[in-house]
Design a protein around this ligand. Structure first.
Ligand SMILES: NC(=O)c1ccc[n+]([C@@H]2O[C@H](COP(=O)([O-])OP(=O)(O)OC[C@H]3O[C@@H](n4cnc5c(N)ncnc54)[C@H](O)[C@@H]3O)[C@@H](O)[C@H]2O)c1
Length: 248
C-alpha cells in the first residue's frame, strides 16, 4: 500500500516510519526538510496541499500541535484547519482512507485532575468509545473537531476514517519516566508501547470499515478506557501493560 504520513518527522512519525516500512511504501510529509526523503508542507496552507496526495492509498495524519496546554491560535491553525486540509486533499486525490492521530484528551475530562495530564483517581470510571466528548483541554476539543470532520468526509465523500484516540507515548519505550511525578496515575492508565502503537496503525490500515473509533493504549491494568469495542472493531489486542514496569 502507498501510505502518506504527515508529521513524519515527529516522535510517533519516526516509530511508524520504522514500524511500517517493511509492509508499505511510505511517503513522508514534514514541516521542515529532513535527513530522510520528505515533502515539505505546512498543512495549514490549503493551496500548498493541492495535489500532494496523488497516488496514495491511505494517509496517516499525525501532523499537529500535540500539547494539551497549547493555545487556541495554534490549535485552530495546526489541528483544526490542518486536519480539514488533509481531509480535503484526501478527497480530491481519491485517497481511500485517513488514519487520524486523535487523543485520549477528547474524552477524559471527567477524570481530569489539576491539569490534563493529571488523573483524578478518586473518580474510578471506565469510558466507552460512544460516550460523548468530554475534552480535557482546547487541544482535546481540537482533536474532537478532527474526528467530526472525519465522520463528515467518510459519509459524504467516501474517505474511510479511523480516529485513533492515542494514549501516552514518549521518547522512551517505558512508562517509568512518570514514576513519582504528578502524571504517574495518568501515564499508568494511558501508556502506549511502541509495538502496540505499530500494531494498532497496521490494523487501522487493514480495516474495511467506513468509520472507526479506537482507543490506542496498551493493555494497562489501570486503564480508564474500555478496550472491548476497539478489540472487536479493529482487531487490535494490545500486548503490553504499564503495570508490569511498576510491579505493584
Ligand atoms: N505522543 C503522544 O503521547 C500523543 C498522544 C495522543 C495524540 N498524539 C497525537 O499524535 C500526533 C503526533 O504526536 P507526536 O508525539 O509524534 O508529536 P510531535 O510534535 O513529535 O510530532 C508532530 C509533528 O507535526 C508537525 N507539524 C505540526 N504542525 C504542522 C503543520 N502545520 N504542518 C505540517 N507539519 C506540522 C511537527 O513538525 C511535528 O514534527 C499529534 O497529532 C498528537 O496530537 C500524540
Amino acid at each position: 500500500m502507498h501510505v502518506g504520513i504527515t508529521g513524519a518527522e515527529g516522535r510517533i512519525g519516526g516509530y511508524l516510519r520504522a514500524g511500517l516500512a517493511d509492509s508499505h511504501q511510505i511517503k513522508s510529509f514534514t514541516l521542515t526538510s529532513q535527513e530522510f526523503d520528505s515533502t515539505v508542507v505546512d498543512i495549514s496552507d490549503a493551496d500548498a496541499m493541492n495535489g500532494l496526495f496523488s497516488g496514495l492509498d491511505a494517509v496517516i495524519h499525525l501532523a499537529g500541535d500535540p500539547s494539551p496546554a497549547g493555545s487556541w491560535e495554534s490549535m485552530l491553525k495546526n489541528n483544526i484547519i490542518g486536519t480539514f486540509n488533509v481531509l480535503e486533499e484526501s478527497r480530491r486525490a481519491g485517497v481511500k482512507k485517513v488514519v487520524f492521530a486523535s487523543t485520549n484528551h477528547t474524552q477524559h475530562g471527567e477524570t481530569m485532575g489539576a491539569s490534563p495530564e493529571i488523573l483524578d483517581v478518586s473518580n474510578p470510571i471506565m469510558l466507552r468509545l460512544g460516550d460523548y466528548f468530554n475534552p480535557s483541554s482546547i487541544y482535546g476539543a481540537s482533536k474532537a473537531t478532527g474526528e467530526v470532520y472525519g465522520k463528515l468526509f467518510a459519509r459524504h465523500h467516501g474517505v474511510k476514517f479511523v480516529a485513533m484516540r492515542i494514549g501516552a507515548i514518549g521518547d522512551e519505550d517505558t512508562p517509568m519516566r512518570a514514576a513519582g511525578k504528578s502524571s504517574e496515575d495518568y501515564v499508568r492508565a494511558m501508556w502506549l508501547s511502541r509495538r502496540d502503537l505499530v500494531t494498532a496503525f497496521q490494523k487501522a490500515l487493514d480495516t474495511d470499515r467506513d468509520f472507526t473509533l479506537a482507543y490506542v493504549i496498551s493493555n494497562n491494568g489501570r486503564r480508564i478506557f474500555d478496550l472491548r469495542e476497539t478489540n472487536e472493531n479493529l482487531g487490535f489486542y494490545p500486548q503490553d501493560d504499564a503495570e508490569t514496569f511498576f510491579g505493584n
